[in-house]
Design a binder for this molecule. Sequence first.
Ligand code: FES
Length: 150
Amino acid sequence: MMYSEKVLDHFTNPRNVGEIPDADGVGEVGNAKCGDIMKMYLKIQGDTITDVKFKTFGCGAAIATSSMATELIKGKTIEDALKLTNKAVMEALDGLPPVKVHCSVLAEQAVRAALSDYYARQGIDPEPIVGKLKDVDHDHDDGDGSCSCG
Ligand code: FES
């Protein structure tokens, strides 16, 4: 499998790894089939994401995409973070192999899940703002509900 240099860089040297104990929003998403889990922590002041950290238990592409996603939203407004797509994350990483596209969807959805939590904590219904969270299951499997792409 061919990874771009940027993917390898973010995989071997991921940015913003860790937790934020007093986070304003925490999102966790998982992929039922490969079992990969991504947890995203946001610190928000006004409408700006002042800090972001993540923990990913998963494949190399899941680590690289969550690392890149944190870089793309750090210091940005909530509005900008809501516009972050898995496509933008992939482009910033110079692409991903087709079987790894779903890993970038996990990163996109982890950011959205954390923003949903941020609104929910304030008693605001997140769905009209953040939208429905996507089903982040694999778009493929090896026929028995599992995959060997990890
Ligand atoms: Fe499941 Fe990458 S997130 S293989």
